[in-house]
Design a protein around this ligand. Sequence first.
Ligand code: SF4
Length: 694
Amino acid sequence: LRLQPDGTARSICGFCSTGCGLKLHLKEGEAINATPDPDYPVNLGTACPKGWEALTPLDAPDRATTPLHHGQPIDWSAAMDVFCTRMKEVMAQHGPESVAFISTGQIMCEEMAFLGTLAKFGMGMIHGDGNTRQCMATAVTAYKESFGFDAPPFTYGDFEESDVLVFIGANPCIAHPIMWQRVLRNPRDPKIIVVDPRTTETAMAAHQHYAIQPKSDLTLLYGLAHLLIRDNALDTTFIEEHTADFEAFSAFIQDYTPARVSQETGLSEEQLQCFADTIRLGTPRVSFWWTMGVNQSHQATRTAQAIINLALMTGNIGKPGTGANSITGQCNAMGSRLFSNTTNLIGGHDFKNPLHRAKIAQALRIPESQIPDQPSLAYDQILEGIETGKIRALWIIATNPSHSWINQNRFNELMGKLDFLVVQDMYATTETSRQAHLFLPAAGWGEKEGTFINSERRIGVSRQVRKAPGQALSDLRIYRLIAHAWGLGDMFAEWTSPEAVFHILKRCTEDQPCDISGITDYSMIENRGGIQWPLSGAASSSFETERRLFSDGLFYTADQRARFVFDVPQLPPELPDSEFPLILLTGRGTSAQWHTETRTKKSEVLKKLAPEELLIEIHPDDALKLGIRDGDKTVISSRRASLIAKARVSPTVSKGQVFLPMHDARVNQLTYWAVDPHSRQPSYKHCAVKVSLC
Ligand code: SF4
């Protein structure tokens, strides 16, 4: 009876971008249990283990309960004094460009908008970025160049309405298990194609698995385009009416002959033909899906655009069961794309466009002069700025880059160079928090409210069902404290609650492709089971629950035509050699852990579902050559570091390749610092290593 609930609240899961609905069962107003919401249109009554365990991280014994200055507890008043004094000192001495922030896709839209507005239009910072740079920056850049706006076109209904689903660098069985459940509900007996060097769980379930040479995906996609053009398997009407630059693409693609592509990808010419025949014009509905295997690469943007090109060539866009569809990572990466105010001016606008600056100044009721005319430096450029002494103070919010950033040792050296490091998090015990000069304790998911936007552009409301421990405050309340302490109380007088901020965001999106001005309030979102953007005021009286983009064939470019964008493939920056002869692949290892395990490691249930030890997958032939047997302890070394892992001898990786899961803090000691030149997203998926017996 003690645990018998006396009420229920509906909310949205705070881990991945699927955005599952959860029912939170309450006792005297506090959540005591979570179950999947059977009525939510995203997950239809299912949840992965992380969703079932969503409340557990809130009860962890190491929750931060007080601000800390050099590890010593202080109260909020003293913390605000330290924050403002030190930040102002650094800015006065070194200029506004010397202070930056690193945000996250884990906080609410309202919180990230408050942070971006406070930091850049209030405090006067120029630079801030988010951990979405590690996750979705590539898709943003690719969509903007190809479609004219960062606009993932799909709905989850497309998983159930395709005849062919092509997953490229994506392992939804593990990374997005509820999306994979939607695939399994497809009644059309669809063909599943997986492009991945590794035989992932999704590849095992596929009809066709193309285990290409690591990072030969761009060449493969150009090779498929070559075959489609050669075989006249194109939707020429769609190309003529709705796209531009096809002739130039067609000429470029002539060099990607089956013989060349076969040699560079490791696939046979017969396999290439089979793949092309499966997606050619005449196949009713083909959908293309990609995620981090594409996005986290040295040529990520062009690879994503090569996927978009295939969808455009075959007319697979804007119709049920089609699309060039980027699946995002974090619960609110999509919110960050619109509202973080870092690369894009808030609401999907452009810092360099004077009309956009004027519009946002009016929407925020601030002078236009407070809006800089340049976007922030990207994450890696902020870090390079620390190296050169340009950036002297950093404010990190709800992310753990000391674990997750590439070439981790160098990242941690850079943190040591800062004059002032502020970390704001639920836990003072993360690898990053432990280095903070000033630590600010934050409430977690379930202890605050606001909106998330999921991969299919669906806005959902996450509700407060717990009190934060000790002095921990919601991120929004922390920003309000800072605004007052900095002397910006008047500027943020309207920003009193998450829902009040949501109304400001509505003003910021008016007349944009992501217009949400037709949403009246949070209760409308909840009553409709979440609402996909766009929803303008004019459209709000009658709309479908699931709406895909481009059903009219009109894109967001000036001439409303989608672009074919392409470039010559480049070799990865670090290739195997005689000293480091193997290629290390990294990726998600289990559906039971989340990113740097900051929260999920607090759950005994999730720990039991994930392997206890770090496992390295190695091909049986390589293992035999190195004298390694299954279960042996091995040393894995790159040019940057070494670590120890237990061998899992398995043909899931090809000869010459090994695989490590990204969740272990040591794995990014091995990876190297390289980014895609267009999206500046780090390349996590490929580095040279050697393996030996321990
Ligand atoms: Fe759904 Fe993702 Fe949460 Fe799992 S982690 S319940 S898939 S939103």
